[in-house]
Design a protein around this ligand. Sequence first.
Ligand SMILES: O=P(O)(O)OC[C@H]1O[C@H](O[C@H]2O[C@H](CO)[C@@H](O)[C@H](O)[C@H]2O)[C@H](O)[C@@H](O)[C@@H]1O
Length: 380
Amino acid sequence: MEIKSGHSSPVMTDTPPISNSRLTIRQNRLLCSSAALSQNNNLLLTVPRKKTGILDDVKSCGWLDAMKSSSPPPAILNKDSISSDASYREWTQLKYPSALTSFEKIMSFAKGKRIALFLDYDGTLSPIVEEPDCAYMSSAMRTAVQNVAKYFPTAIISGRSRDKVCEFVGLSELYYAGSHGMDIMSPAGESLNHEHLSRTVSVNEQGKDVNLFQPASEFLPMIDKVLCSLVEITKDIKGVKVEDNKFCISVHYRNVEEKNWTLVAQRVEYVIRTYPKLRLTHGRKVLEIRPVIDWNKGKAVTFLLESLGLNNCDDVLPIYVGDDRTDEDAFKVLRDGPNHGYGVLVSAVPKDTNAFYSLRDPSEVMEFLKSLVTWKRSMV
Ligand SMILES: O=P(O)(O)OC[C@H]1O[C@H](O[C@H]2O[C@H](CO)[C@@H](O)[C@H](O)[C@H]2O)[C@H](O)[C@@H](O)[C@@H]1O
């Protein structure tokens, strides 16, 4: 693929001391040039930050309810399953049609257009599992992604660190955007050229040059410090996992007893309240800490389209498939922005979204990818 353009809040009463002296984390960070950083001060969000950095849903319903609602059940398995299934059917029929049953419609719109494909990882290409380090993608899914990438520029956009998601996916021909889009990498031999933004060249595991764009590089020392503090402050809560996502941090509570969820949130909030340049968001049984910069998965999609010379083109159809709240930024960009395209929400339960279509789970995502390949081959 050729790139064209030039360029809450309960107050803590008993807080454990924070110490980070024993932790040595992130020894293998890629070096990045200051060139990429110098232009990023204007990305800092100027949103007024509340004293405690509390999210609106936490303010209105408290930590526990906010944490519960951030992670819907993965499937419909209870005695209400018949009525739930009926409401799912209604949701797909009336609001967010299945991208599989609407495939022909989508393709009639795609005719004569170049498709650019953006795929989230967790919950989209791999099923949600208890242990974040074991969220492997099936080899059938890998083959499906590999095949689709032969025909369409394909990028993986994940909240995970880029290194981790690259390792899970294991396909060097793709574009990767880790840390919710804050760490973008081209495939070896391709450049990431963007008229407004500088770039960094690094070397991948095979020793080949790759291009990086890292708009939050200046936050690395802060994120490192906060990571150490979070590991330390949550270490006595059974089941907590603090994940280093390079420019972001995930604090998982999936394996924590529900009675301790509020405690987890309180501890996290205690740490980040002294960092006004960091913000806290929810994911699926995870609290995510990230820099307060005007950058997200939607911005990453726009950046990639611009870098590929595919922005503002009538003959380009971007498609973004994702399951998480953070994917909504990308759905919004494709729904409302100049690069009109389709967001496809992966969900087994009805919910509101900025996406246009839906798919039930990763197995339907795989079917969709295969259908894209079959369609493309039929056109040749
Ligand atoms: O943007 P994504 O690729 O969807 O990444 C979002 C988060 O995904 C991972 O956590 C989620 O998946 C885990 C594995 O299935 C699950 O155990 C966890 O409860 C989910 O929240 C990842 O570990 C996080 O760091 C990402 O932010």
